[in-house]
Each structure stands twice: as C-alpha cells, then as structure tokens.
Design a protein around this ligand. Sequence first.
Ligand code: AP5
Length: 195
Amino acid sequence: MLAGTIIVAGVPGVGKTTVLQELEAAGQQRNVPLRIVNFGDVMNHLFKTTGKQLHRDHMRRQHISQQTKIQQQAARKIAKMSGRSSLVVDTHMFVRTSDGIWPGTPRRVLEALHPSLIVLIEAGPDEVAKRRMMDNTRERGNETLEDAKADLEWSRYMASANAVLAGIPIQIVSNSEGRQHQAAKDLLRLIEKLN
Ligand code: AP5
C-alpha cells in the first residue's frame, strides 16, 4: 500500500528538526518506513541551480516572485519522492519575508504534495524564545517572547486555512523542554495510524 504524505511544520526554533531526527531513529526501531525531506534544503539547492548560493536564513529575503517560483519547484520535486515510505515534509506554515507573512504551503504547494495530515510541532512561547536565543548557529531573528507568541498564533491560522483547502486534519505535537524523544514517539504514532 502506498503511504501518505505528512506535512510537519513548526515555527523557527521550536525544534522540529530535532524531533524529526528522533523520528528517523524511532521509525527504524519500529520498522516504519519513512522518508523525511526538509523543504528548506530542497529550496536551497534549487536557488543554487539558479546561481544563488544563499545561507538558508537569507532565502526569505529574496524577491517574493523568486521565492514563489522556487517554492513551487521544490513542491513538485518533493512530490516525486513519495513512494512506499511515508513522506514526511519538514516545513513551515508561513515564512516572514520582507514583503510580509507569506504562506509556506499555499494551494499550488498543497496540490503538488497532496498531504493526508498536517502536524504542528509546538512548544511554549517562552521555550521557543529561549531556544532561538541560545542557538547562535542561525540567524532566525524574532527572538522576543512576543515574537514567539505571534509566530505560534500565525502558524495555527495558516494551518487552519491549509486544512480547509486540503480537507485534511491537523494534529498538534508538543515538544516541551527535554521531551523531544516523546514528541517523536507521539508523531510516529500518528503516522502509523495513517497506514
Ligand atoms: P528550516 O530549515 O526549516 O529553518 P528553521 O525553521 O529555522 O528550522 P530549524 O530546522 O533550524 O529549526 P527547528 O525549529 O527545526 O529547531 P531545531 O531542531 O534546530 O527552513 C529554512 C528556510 O527555508 C526558511 O526560513 C524558509 O526561507 C525556507 N522554507 C522552508 N519551508 C518553506 C516553504 N514551504 N515555503 C517557502 N520557504 C520555505 O532546534 C532549535 C534548538 O532547540 C536547538 O538548539 C535544539 O537543540 C533545541 N531543542 C529542540 N528541541 C528541544 C527540546 N525538546 N528541549 C530542549 N531543547 C530543544
């Protein structure tokens, strides 16, 4: 049976990449075939093919028309990766661009990916703000508590719009302090239920 596509989104710094690393290990342990793809990596590679070698935190500062073009190409490329494993797409419900709050999975992206489920990885706004502040390997910006609160709200608004457009459910997985392993287990359970 073909497995589905799951969109896993979370505000920058919530720890979704950490949880997805744990998910990979948990999936291997339980013999659940998974293919985890980071949308930002695919976009970064596509930017490179246009001659733009960009830091991943600088992609959102590019002209919106170029980001839109690369976003759609990335979605089509990722869609081709689906197969017998569950395809887990690590992405964002929205991106803070120079032009404003911009959807990470607008209709054309959803149509290409054809997901069965949206999972939001969440943590408390205080935890998100702290993780952003402590991680000096990145240029995420928006490090205040108020920024984290606003981002978590935007993520849910955008997820609601996506769920309505695609007619699919939303699940929320909590990645609270030190609980990344449990978060991955919770996420794996949701994926297993789809198969
Ligand atoms: P992306 O790579 O997804 O960037 P990001 O959101 O900054 O994601 P990260 O993976 O860096 O952060 P994270 O939330 O996963 O946190 P982490 O695990 O590192 O995207 C890059 C760019 O790609 C975007 O800005 C955008 O431009 C573009 N893009 C992506 N999707 C797009 C789309 N659909 N359309 C258009 N553009 C798109 O953890 C952070 C810290 O917290 C770490 O130090 C970690 O150790 C710690 N931590 C994690 N979990 C816990 C825990 N439970 N307890 C304690 N500490 C924890």
